[in-house]
Design a protein around this ligand. Sequence first.
Ligand code: TRP
Length: 455
Amino acid sequence: MSEQREHWGGKLGFILAAAGSAVGLGNIWKFPYITGENGGSAFIIIYLICILIVGVPVLLAEVLLGRYSQRGPISTFKLYAKKHRPFWMAVGGLFFLTGLIILSYYNVVAGWSMGYMVESVIGNISAFSSSGDAAQHFNQLVSNPLWIIFWQFLFVAAGGLIVYFGVKNGIEKIARLLMPIFFIILLSLVIWGISLEGSEKGLNFLLKPDWSTVSYKTILIALGHAFFTLSVGMGVLLVYGSYINKTDNIVFCGIMIAILDTMIALMAGLAIFTSVFAMGFNPAEGPGLVFHVLPAVFSSIPHGGIFSTLFFFLLSIAALTSTISILEMLVSSIMDETRLSRHHIVIGASALVFVLGIPSALSFGGWSHIGLWNLNIFDVMDYLSANILLPLGGMLVAIFVGWYLSKKDVLYELHQGFGLTTTKRNIGRVWLFLVKYVAPILIFLVFLSAIGVIK
Ligand code: TRP
């Protein structure tokens, strides 16, 4: 290891940075549309249970592993895998690869958000008479290679610049600045959505469960999303955990991160569904909900341009604090294993991620015919990472912490900074049970469904 390991300035810094990683496109872009497609609040209830019994326990396991080892994923496995070391080092490599894949296409959607923010400011997306018009405008933009690659580049550069400044002066500073702004904007959008005439139909949709659409598959979608949204399963939280001080309470931090992430997803759902229903649009619009339907919604209300600018600014912030977490994982993994400086690694990794993302960027235009299994390159990346690589990574972390490390060491690490009363010991036991048995088995089921063994 070249330099001494940096640490967060404080517990709050870690919570905000990790919440920034968790709160991303998954909360604002994905969560509302999968809720719309899967039975509204019935889906939300299942999702909350998944977060509670699998998401939070595995999140804690990942953070704990990082704080325990004070290293990135590859070095951690190298150090602690007494048995099957090559296998576990390959798992570290898998995390790295998953990070590269997610980051490459995530930057593309993030770039659209930034591009749409500017479109809103110019007034290009505030005069649609239907969601069809809005969709057409969107398709025109994303099939223009210059537009899409320009914004993708800008986004990669912004993320790279922040990570360049390091943990405390880059990531933590920007999280402390942006997360409160993010929250205030989201809260104003929620209040505005609820105040629209007809918004109660949206509230109804979110509050009244429709169990008729719920199936086995719904549970699996909810579980898969629980991972994606909490940033669990590829070592990002492991790396963030490795910058936590030994005196900090990781149980408290982990629960706070999950609460913030869930609350923000629900608020985004509230803001979006109240306005979509109030203006008479369809909630189950799929991935296009945010880019096809919302611009039309904003077009049909007074001062819609202002709200639309705020909304896409919100989406850009959410994406930025998530992309930097993935980039940091990549950078930290290389820093652990080489003598290269952070600055050189950041430049190299950003360039690589930009180039790797170009095929995804082009898959909405010139390269749309290239792909696998009837999916374009972008969709292949998304499917592979969200439905296969992340659940697999989460399962492996749970197995490693639950089965490979000694129970004594794991519980010692958990209780450091958390304390040792009888209640706390019991919490520790329940947690370890969830990590050892419940999480791996449930994740295994998600995995089977994703590769099509269970229909
Ligand atoms: N959680 C982010 C979202 O909801 C995405 C993300 C960021 C992520 N870092 C991650 C997903 C690490 C998995 C692993 O959009």
